[in-house]
Design a protein around this ligand. Sequence first.
Ligand code: WTA
Length: 634
Amino acid sequence: MTEQINSLEEYHKVYAESTQNPKAFWERQAKTFTWKKPWDETLNWEFETPKIEWFKGGQLNITENCLDRHAKASPDKIAILWEPNDPSAKAKKITYKQLLDEVSKCANGLKANGIKKGDVVVFYMPMVPELAIGVLACARIGAIHSVVFAGFSAQALADRVNDASAKMIICSDYNKRGAKNIPVKKVVDDALHLGCPSVETVIVHQNTAENCDFDISHDIWWHEAVNDQSTDCPAETMNSEDILFILYTSGSTGKPKGVVHTCGGYMVYTCYSFKNVFQYQEGDVYWCTADIGWITGHSYIIYGPLLSGATTMMFEGVPTYPNPGRFWEICEKHKVNQFYTAPTAIRALMACGNEWPEKYDLSSIKVMGSVGEPINEEAWHWYDQKIGKGKAPIVDTWWQTETGGILITPLPGITDTKPTYASYPMPGVQPVLLDAQGKLVEGNNTEGLLCIKYPWPSMIRSTYGDHQRCKNVYFAPFKGMYFTGDGARRDEAGRIRVIGRVDDVINVSGHRMGTAEVENAINEHKNVIESAVVGYPHPIKGEGIYAYIIADGHQGEDTAFAESVREVVKREIGPIAKPDQIVVVTGLPKTRSGKIMRRILRKIAAGEGDKLGDVSTLLNPEIVEEVKRKASEV
Ligand code: WTA
C-alpha cells in the first residue's frame, strides 16, 4: 500500500524528500502496486514538446490494482455502496469480489460487441453502479473511456463523440433525478441524428420501466450484452503511458479539449492522494458527491478509492430531493466518515436553513472536503460548524481535470486549515507564482499566476488528437512550466489561496465553462449579431453567466427573446450553460484594434459600473453609458 503521512513532522520530511529526490519518492510509491512488468525509467520529461513519461517501460492493468488484489485479500469488503435517487429504494452493496465479476462480465460484453484495445467508448449515464462498472470494464480491456456528463446536450455529446471518433456509446434509458425521469437515450439518438459516423453500437442500460425508442440495427440492451458473459476476463497488458481515458473540459477557446490521462502515473497519484488527503482508514465509508462525468468522479469516486481498497459511495440523486436534508440523511444512514462535496452545494444547502443538518446524527464524519471552485468564508464556516461541528477538518482541495489528482490541500489533522485557503502542496508537487512577464514571484504575502515547475505522475499528457493545443495552452505561456490558468495568493505562512481563473473561463457551480463556447452557442440564434459573455459573482453558483447581446430587431428588455437565447444555449451545450443574465445592447465596448473589452463588461456585470476608470481610449467610448444603463434595467 502506498504510504500515508501521519504527522506534521512527517509531512515536512516527505515533502522535502519528494522534491529533492522525486524519482526515488515516486518509485517507492509505485512499487506498492501490481505491475505485470517493472518499469525501466521512473521519469522522463521535458515541458517543451511537452513529453512526460512516468514509469516508462512498465506494464500493468489498473483494474488489477483496483479489483483483483482486493478481491483476493478481502473479497467481501464493500467496494461500492450505492444510494439510489428514491430514498425508499434499497441501497446496493457491491463487494470487491462482486465488482470484479461484474466488471469482467461487462468487459467480455464489450469485446463481444467489437470493442478492442485503443477503441474509444463514450459514456452518457446517470450515477448508477453500471457507469463505474462500464468505465472499469474499458480499462480492463484497454479501451479508452470518455465519460460525458449527462447534462450536456445532443450537440455537445456529438461534438465529443466525433472529436474522439468513439466506436460505442453506453447510456441509460432515463436518468432519475429527483422526481423526474430524464430521457437520456433520446439525447443519444438525437446526437446520432446530428451525425456520429464512428459509432457502431449503443449499449442501453435499463434504469426505469419507461419505454424508449430502440433501433435494433445498432442498439443493444446492457443486460443482453452483459448478463450471460463469463466472470473471467484477463486484464489486458497496458504500457504505463498508454491512454487510460479522455475527459473533455472547457478552455478559453470555443472547442472543448480532450484531456488525456495515462495508466501508470494516474494510478499511482490518485491512490496516493486519496489515502493522504482523506486520511482513509480501514473500514471507513467515504462519500464524494461529484458526478462521474467530471474529473472528481473519475479520480475520487472510482480510481483513488478503489485502488486504496476503500468503500466508496455513489449517490444517484440530487441534494434537495425529496428535501434539503438528503445529504445529511445519507451521511447518518451509512455512517459516512469522509464527505467530499462542492462549495456550490454547500451554499445551496446553507440557504435551506440549519434545521436540515440539525435533524441528523453527523458524528461519523471525520474529514470534509471541498472542490471545484474557491470556497467563500461564510460557506467554509457553515460547513465547519454545522456539518463538522468544529471537529472535522476541512480539506479545501485545489486541482483540475488536467492535474488528474489533488495538488494543493491541507492534510486533515496534520497541517493547519484556514478558511478559503487550499494551503499546502502535496508531496511531489512544486507550485510557483509568476508575474505576467513570467518572472518568479518570491516571498510570502504575494500574488501571481499559479504554475507547477516539476512533473507529477497524474498530469495531463496531451489533448486528444491535437498535441500542439496541449503545448499552447499549458506549456507555451511560461517556459519550463505547467500553467494552470489560475491566479493565486500566498499568505504570510506560505499557504496558497487559489483566487480563480485568469483566462476566459468561468466557473459556474464548479463547472468550467469557456466564455467563447457560450458565445458560439448564443451566436447560433438566428437574430444574434454578436455576443460577449463574462462571469459575475453569484450567491449560490459562485459565478453566474452574464451575456451582452447585439440582436437584429431586438432592443432593451425582451424576456421572450432572452428565453429563446437560453433555449439555443441549452440545445447547443446544455442547461448548465444557460446565461443567468441577458442584456440586449446596440454595441460592445471595443479597443481600437477591435477586441471586446471584457474587463469593462465584467465590472458592469458585477455592479461596479461606477468603477470603470478611463474609457476614452476605446474605439466607441459612447457605448459604455448605454451598456451600463441597460444592465441596470435587467
Ligand atoms: C477551480 C475540478 C479554488 C480552479 C477538480 C481550477 C478551485 C478549476 C478549487 C478546475 C479550489 C478547483 N479552490 N478553485 N479548491 N478546485 N478550482 O477541471 O479555477 O473541473 O482551475 O477540476 O476549478 O476545474 P475542473
